[in-house]
Design a protein around this ligand. Structure first.
Ligand code: HEC
Length: 397
């Protein structure tokens, strides 16, 4: 029963997390587009930056943006914040349920750093909070006047942290950790700067005072950061389904490229929506970046030289899979905490091993995604044998 409950709970939180994320990113993309497409015109009310006409769902919308506030505050204001908060709360719940409670399987990697699950969870939580504090300090430091410098320093720090996480955690754990860290920075921006500054502005206006323009400027910088971080964070969250990305030698470099590609791609849309033309070169850069990622992901797992061994016998392959994989990948797994063959993949007979050759190669030869955290201590030579077997046609005899 506990098993069913945990499975159901993690599915329900996952669903909520994706829906909240869609709502947050959707509304933020919408408002960025709206903001950029506003056009000034004669005869608009005082204090209005511009207007935009939109059509959707059978009606026409006439949007105007008041730069500071309208002459009279409306009785009702819609705030956009729970999308962001719900995304973080559900994401953090998932981090705890999957990666902290299941740290032995998903966060720890004996080949990277052998530590108990609880220690890995503490390291993850501690670095998450420290990195967020560091980001807040950076945005308030004496570099703060120079937005480009802040972005460059931020980028360099994220790449260094990614590299650090790949030496502390499993590849999958490292990707989720850096994704969670960026997500925390983004929600922190909403929670600590953007919404409080909007509240201060509204309060000042209601009491007839002039709002400090600094509040708007701070909020703008944070929302630009969020705009540029959105695409990389989504990449990181879904990359845990792709062993070639997170469990190969240059995984940290792949993240570094994606962190740079996100802003480049956003630049295309930002420029286009503000009527400054479409910088088509962006897609050339994006395609080149994705090509480099594909090449890097082909480099294989950390310690293995691919293609070194000559075609091995099936007996050798079967021996490896039965000793390193089948205690989990069987109908009634022997591993405590795993109740059924994970993802329905059974690897306990010659036929099953042959049928799953592709997945074996992907997860255990061309990457080190399996066994999780190298729990069963598969060796580099054994991975080499699996790779050579697959390359030679995955024959059973
Ligand atoms: C300690 C238990 C354990 C061992 C040992 C283990 N696995 Fe897994 N395996 C898992 C779990 C748990 C998952 C599900 C991962 C997830 O939730 O994404 C999984 C998933 C998989 C998948 C499915 C991946 C997908 O894309 O759906 C494959 C294929 C796989 N393992 C192959 C192997 C191979 C090959 C070995 C041996 C070299 C191995 N596993 C050893 C626990 C194990």
């Amino acid at each position: 029963m506990e098993l069913v409950l945990v499975e159901w709970l993690s599915m329900a939180i996952r669903w909520l997390h994706v829906i909240a994320g869609i709502a947050w990113i959707g509304s933020s993309f919408y408002f960025i587009h709206l903001d950029l497409s506003l056009q000034p015109r004669e005869g608009l009310p005082p204090g209005v930056q511009g207007e935009a006409w939109q059509v959707h769902g059978g009606g026409f919308y006439h949007m105007v943006k008041y730069l500071v506030a309208p002459a009279r505050m409306p009785d009702e204001l819609t705030w956009f914040k729970w999308e962001a908060y719900t995304t973080w709360l559900s994401g953090f719940a998932l981090l705890v349920v999957i990666y902290y409670l299941g740290a032995e399987l998903y966060l720890v990697d004996r080949a990277a750093l052998d530590m108990p699950g609880w220690a890995a969870a503490l390291v993850s939580l501690g670095t998450l909070m420290l990195a967020w504090l560091g980001y807040e300090l950076l945005c308030r430091s004496f570099f703060a006047g120079d937005d480009r410098l802040v972005a460059l320093i931020g980028y360099a720090c994220l790449v260094v942290l990614t590299y650090l996480f790949t030496t502390l955690f499993s590849g999958r754990g490292a990707f989720v950790q850096i994704g969670a860290l960026i997500g925390t920075m983004m929600v922190g921006n909403v929670f600590v700067i953007i919404i409080p500054n909007q509240k201060k502005t509204v309060a000042a206006l209601l009491s007839g005072k002039q709002p400090d323009p600094k509040w708007g400027k701070e909020a703008k910088l944070r929302s630009v950061h969020n705009n540029y971080l959105t695409l990389p964070v989504v990449f990181l969250m879904i990359s845990t389904h792709s062993p070639l990305l997170f469990a190969t030698k240059y995984n940290w470099l792949i993240v570094a490229i994606v962190l740079a590609l996100g802003p480049v791609i956003r630049h295309f849309f930002n420029s286009r929506h503000s009527g400054m033309g479409s910088p088509w070169w962006v897609w050339g850069v994006a395609a080149a970046g994705m090509g480099v990622i594909a090449l890097l992901s082909a480099a294989g797992p950390r310690e293995v030289k691919l293609g070194a061994a000559s075609a091995p016998s099936f007996a050798a392959v079967e021996d490896i899979v039965l000793t390193r994989c089948s205690m989990c990948h069987t109908k009634e797994p022997l591993w405590a905490g795993i109740a059924a063959a994970p993802k329905g993949v059974t690897l306990d007979t010659a036929e099953r091993i042959h049928a799953q050759a592709r997945l074996i190669a992907l997860n255990a030869a061309r990457s080190d995604a399996m066994p999780p955290g190298n729990i069963t201590e598969i060796t580099a030579e054994e991975r080499g044998i699996l790779a050579a077997w697959f390359a030679a046609g995955a024959k059973v005899k």
